[in-house]
Design a protein around this ligand. Structure first.
Ligand code: FMN
Length: 198
């Protein structure tokens, strides 16, 4: 059986059994940066946060926000520079607060902004601190033109013991921030394609 077909069947099975079996629950985990951002001005809630909340709402899933221990700059240019430097150093920025216990979740919807073509390094901090072996990771991102970039394949390479669904959702940040209706529709279409909802 090819991998895509296998994953598809696995995902379907997980979602179909999710109400019956608490061990197969899904959780939405996301990182998102508020403050000044590209094309949206200064926002109180990041773009990815809006998508994450819509996914959690549609799935009636638990949700967890990855927060950095040392806040990223609110100014866009400063944040862009720091993110670039973190990527160059392959840094693992510290996370604020307690990490969630993922043992009861089979499926992790993982959301992040595209930062320089990859996930923000703090997403790797999170995943490396958790035990995600054997779990299904379903990525979604917001971006301003690069889509998912190499994030889904990078995640799969980095976490070979997890199954990273390659058909992630990519929504433009400006849409996610300003157009709740279009965002909700994109989420719905994607979740239906994954057989996560009917
Ligand atoms: C540090 C940084 C790097 C970014 N790099 C990219 C990029 O490589 N490609 C892209 O399309 N958008 C890029 N963007 C734009 C963000 O992906 C986009 O604004 C996203 O919606 C922000 O989500 P958030 O509000 O949840 O943090 C970058 C933004 C920042 C702050």
């Amino acid at each position: 059986m090819n991998i895509v077909k296998g994953l598809f069947i696995m995902l379907t099975a997980v979602f179909l059994s999710s109400t019956a079996d608490a061990a197969n629950k899904a959780i939405v985990v996301y990182f998102s940066h508020a403050g000044e951002n590209y094309g949206v001005g200064n926002v109180a809630e990041g773009n990815t946060a809006k998508v994450a909340k819509e996914i959690a709402r549609r799935l009636n899933a638990d949700i967890y926000e990855i927060k950095e221990a040392k806040p990223y700059p609110t100014k866009y240019d400063a944040c862009v520079d720091l993110a670039k430097e973190e990527q160059r150093l392959n840094a693992r920025p510290a996370i604020a607060g307690n990490l969630p216990d993922l043992s009861s979740y089979k499926v992790i919807f993982l959301g992040y902004p595209n930062w320089w073509g990859d996930c923000p390094m703090i997403v790797y901090s999170f995943l490396e601190k958790e035990n995600i072996d054997g779990k299904i990771i379903v990525p979604f991102c917001t971006h301003e033109g690069s889509g998912l970039g190499a994030t889904a394949s990078n995640l799969q390479k980095h976490f070979p013991k997890s199954k990273v669904v390659q058909k992630g959702l990519a929504i433009k940040g400006t849409i996610a921030q300003k157009d709740a209706k279009t965002t909700a529709k994109a989420v719905e279409t994607w979740l239906k394609a994954l057989k996560a909802i009917k």
